[in-house]
Design a protein around this ligand. Structure first.
Ligand code: FES
Length: 108
């Protein structure tokens, strides 16, 4: 697992974009108080999901409004139809770590 930042760097209900070993991630602090990491690009067009709106444990693409479930990577609505890669996140001693092996088996 690779350290990204400290827990306090990502306040609840916000997301940051982080490059980890050449992979751009959206690291999200969900409203359910969990941390999630997904590939930081919408599966519909090449825009950054980290700039979208967080609601509960979903992240909305700001361009056309597809909403992605941060636990599964699946879009809950059109126009996106493909899931985005989801990466395992761990919080240890106040720091956030991710693994670059997608937990939902989706590769980019
Ligand atoms: S670019 Fe994300 S829904 Fe179209």
């Amino acid at each position: 697992m690779i350290r990204i930042c400290a827990v306090e760097d990502v306040p609840k209900g916000t997301a940051i974009s982080a490059a980890v070993d050449g992979t751009q991630l959206a690291l999200v602090h969900g409203e359910d108080d969990q941390f999630y990491a997904v590939y930081d690009e919408c599966s519909h067009a090449a825009v950054a999901l980290s700039e979208g709106e967080i609601e509960g444990c979903t992240l909305e693409c700001w361009l056309h409004g597809s909403r992605f479930d941060l636990r599964t990577g699946e879009p809950t609505g059109l126009p996106a139809t493909e899931p985005v890669p989801v990466y395992p996140v761990e919080v240890r001693d106040g720091d956030i770590y991710v693994s670059l092996t997608p937990s939902n088996g989706v590769t980019r």
